[in-house]
Design a protein around this ligand. Structure first.
Ligand code: COA
Length: 223
């Protein structure tokens, strides 16, 4: 099944649309998830957007660092395109304008589980709630194409906006770990600190999880 991720990331430019996952709202297509491919590395606007969005949303990720276009290109190349258990999609609205991103990480073929990764809305789309539907589309694709039985994600405990969406999609909290802030030069990382009690920690990392059956029930509600 990892071959599926590889095929999407190597989708030829001429056939890219057949590798896009449609985003439906009330039965109507309102956008699509377009995989980042090896051609993305040469699309300057795409690299620029990913860089700008990551910089603007840095506080909601566990590491904050000076974000550059070259750094983003290297990250896409080495951490996403070359990783066999990971994929990243651009969320595009109905006129194919990229408005955000979402991916899958740590795909485990044997356990049939995977982490939802790098969710971010960079700008407002034409359809307000598109992120929710983008996640539904990605989850359904993961179940169908990758045979996923469990999806999970990690989110900072003070990210109420993101957690609200995840709860709507059936994700439930399974673990909460205290974090400690480590700053080295212009890089800040929030690292797990089991020695701290929940009350002492400045921030926490929450793991949320959903099983396929529960997810299908949620999908039905939104159809
Ligand atoms: C998380 C993110 C993708 C959400 O997408 P979005 O399009 O902004 O979503 P919305 O603004 O519609 O908010 C989503 C929901 O959260 C609710 N919400 C907003 N602020 C909230 C808060 N402080 N507490 C609880 N719920 C809140 C909204 O009302 C909405 O719910 P509704 O549709 O039931 O009304 C976006 O905010 C983002 O890119 N954040 C920065 C990156 C990030 O945090 N990524 C997640 C990493 S785990």
């Amino acid at each position: 099944m990892k071959s599926i991720l590889r095929a999407y990331k190597h989708a030829p430019e001429a056939h890219l649309s057949s590798y896009c996952i449609p985003i439906f709202v009330d039965g109507k297509s309102c956008g699509r998830l377009r995989p980042l491919t090896i051609d993305s590395l040469h699309r300057e606007e795409e690299m620029r957007l990913l860089t700008e969005w990551r910089g603007a949303s840095a506080e909601w990720f566990t590491s904050q660092f000076p974000v550059t276009v070259e750094g983003t290109r290297q990250w896409v190349d080495e951490q996403i395109l070359q990783a066999d258990d990971r994929i990243l999609f651009l969320v595009e609205d109905e006129d194919m304008t990229p408005i955000g991103q979402v991916g899958l990480l740590h795909y485990d073929e044997d356990k049939k589980e995977c982490e939802f990764d790098n969710l971010l809305r960079g700008r407002k789309g034409r359809f307000g709630n598109i992120i929710l539907y983008a996640l539904l589309a990605l989850g359904e694709w993961g179940i169908r194409q990758l045979g996923l039985q469990t999806g999970y994600l990690n989110v900072l405990g003070d990210n109420h906006r993101a957690m609200h969406i995840y709860r709507k999609l059936g994700f439930r909290e399974v673990r909460r770990v205290p974090l400690r802030k480590v700053t080295e030069g212009d890089v800040t990382r929030w690292v797990t600190a089991p020695e701290l009690s929940g009350g002492e920690a400045e921030r926490e990392l929450v793991t949320m999880s959903v099983a396929t059956d529960a997810y299908y029930e949620i999908i039905k509600q939104f159809q």
